[in-house]
Structures are given as structure tokens and as C-alpha cells.
Design a protein around this ligand. Structure first.
Ligand SMILES: [Zn+2]
Length: 260
């Protein structure tokens, strides 16, 4: 029987400890560790590469913007010179082309390793997800922060100095974490895409990430059809900044049952 293709199999309890009659798929700690090890292998140093790439994008953006602000004619509002969130999405997505492609490949390898042959997914297929992810994690907060820097002059400082400070803050305090969130989000939507609309996934908690109390509910929620919300309302990790949980094809969990 092909468990990977069988929706009914989702209702089978996976471990002996699962209450009799439970319709929930429970993932043993051992299987979770195996799954996260595969995830770590396919993701490897991509988040660091995302962070480096974004640092460069930020440096270029800062130079261009400060140049424009300095050269602007008197009376021009610096706010009008700022890129809006949509422009930032384009820019950051453009800069991250290689890393996104690597994550999409990584998702396929992940599914393949854990649950058998995965459908190929192209970057174009998850384009709207990518825009949403980059917009939410990066472009919108950066746009807000730059907007504040360009308008708040209560401290009497120069607008160029305030913009510089905003960029520095992001580079030093936010980028590395946001790069990890982006990698987590892209990998997970690519995993969902490779499972297709009728596929189901389970939520595996990674307690090595930032504490994720809600994720236990998602994990206990069992298999959820791709595109439907987990108990916390999230469609996929990250559930919050720093969350490193992982979706896994339900077949990868059911194989533990089959295997013993
Ligand atoms: Zn989490």
C-alpha cells in the first residue's frame, strides 16, 4: 500500500503512546531529530549566505539613498525619496535569486529524502508566497523604519544621520535573524508546493530555535492539508520571529509506523 498517497493513512496513530482511537499523527522525538537533521543538511549555510547578500543590498541601498537625499533640492521632502515596500520587495527578491533557488532545490531534496520522489517546484510557482514572505519579514519593517528616520527630527539631528542609523541598526541587530526567518519561510512554502494542493504536512517543532510554545499544539494537531491552517492559525513556519520549526510530508512520519 502506498502510504504516501493515502489520505486515510493520515488517521493512523504513529506511535504506541498515541491514545487508542486518536486521529492524530504523533511524531516521536527520535523521528523529529532525524527530520531536523535532514533539514539542517539541505539548508546548510544558506541563511548565512542570505544574510551576506542582504548586507550588500543594504549597503547599496544606503549609498544610493543618502546620495539622493544629499543631492535633493531644498524643499524636497526626504520621505518622497524613500523606496516603498513594493520596490524593496523587488530589490531584495532580485538580490536573493540564488539563495531562493537553492532553498527550493533543498526543499525538494528534503521531501525526497524523507518521503520519496517529490514533484519539482519552480521559483515562479511560489512567486506570490515569496513576495509575501520578503514583504512581511523585510521590506515592510525596513520601509517603516526608514520612514520614521526620514520624518522624526525631534532630536534635531540631520536626516542623513538618522537614515544611516536606521541602516546600521538593521545591519547589526536584525539582518542575521531575519535571514534565518526568510530561509525558514521559503523552505517551508517550497515543501508545501512540492506536496501539491492535496498533500498534507505535519509540523515538527525545533526547540533549538526561539521558544515556540504554540508549536506544540501545531505538532499535536497532526497532518494538515497544505494551505489549511495549523491550530495556531499559521499555514507554515515560522510561527514568529526566530521560529525554526519545519513542515514535513505526512508520509515521512507514517514511514516510522510502517518501518516499525
Ligand atoms: Zn516554531
Amino acid at each position: 500500500m502506498d502510504l504516501a498517497r493515502s489520505e486515510a493513512a493520515v488517521a493512523v496513530p504513529v506511535s504506541e503512546e498515541t491514545a487508542a482511537g486518536s486521529s492524530l499523527v504523533r511524531i516521536s522525538p527520535e523521528r523529529s531529530a532525524e527530520i531536523l537533521a535532514v533539514r539542517d543538511r539541505v539548508v546548510s549555510d544558506i541563511p548565512a549566505s542570505v544574510a551576506r547578500r542582504l548586507k550588500r543590498e543594504f549597503a547599496d541601498l544606503e549609498n544610493e539613498l543618502l546620495d539622493e537625499v544629499r543631492r535633493a533640492r531644498r524643499g524636497v521632502d526626504p520621505v518622497d525619496l524613500l523606496p516603498d515596500a513594493d520596490e524593496l520587495v523587488e530589490r531584495f527578491l532580485g538580490g536573493l535569486g540564488n539563495e531562493v533557488a537553492e532553498l527550493v532545490d533543498g526543499a525538494r531534496e528534503f521531501v525526497d529524502d524523507l518521503a520519496g520522489p517529490a514533484a519539482p517546484v519552480s521559483v515562479a510557482e511560489i512567486e506570490s508566497d515569496l513576495r509575501r514572505i520578503v514583504g512581511d519579514a523585510l521590506a515592510s519593517p525596513v520601509s517603516l523604519r526608514l520612514g520614521r528616520a526620514a520624518t522624526q527630527d525631534d532630536d534635531g539631528g540631520d536626516v542623513v544621520d538618522r537614515l544611516r542609523l536606521a541602516f546600521r541598526e538593521w545591519r547589526r541587530e536584525r539582518l542575521a535573524d531575519v535571514a534565518g526567518d526568510l530561509a525558514t519561510a521559503v523552505l517551508n512554502v517550497a515543501v508545501q508546493a512540492s506536496l501539491g494542493r492535496t498533500g498534507s504536512a505535519c509540523w515538527v517543532v525545533d526547540s533549538a530555535g526561539a521558544p515556540c510554545p504554540d508549536a506544540e499544539d501545531n505538532s499535536l494537531g497532526g497532518a494538515v492539508r497544505c494551505g489549511s491552517p495549523f491550530p495556531t492559525g499559521d499555514l507554515a513556519p515560522p510561527a514568529h520571529a526566530g521560529c525554526r520549526c519545519q513542515l514535513v510530508p505526512v508520509a515521512a512520519v507514517l514511514q516510522t509506523l510502517v518501518g516499525g
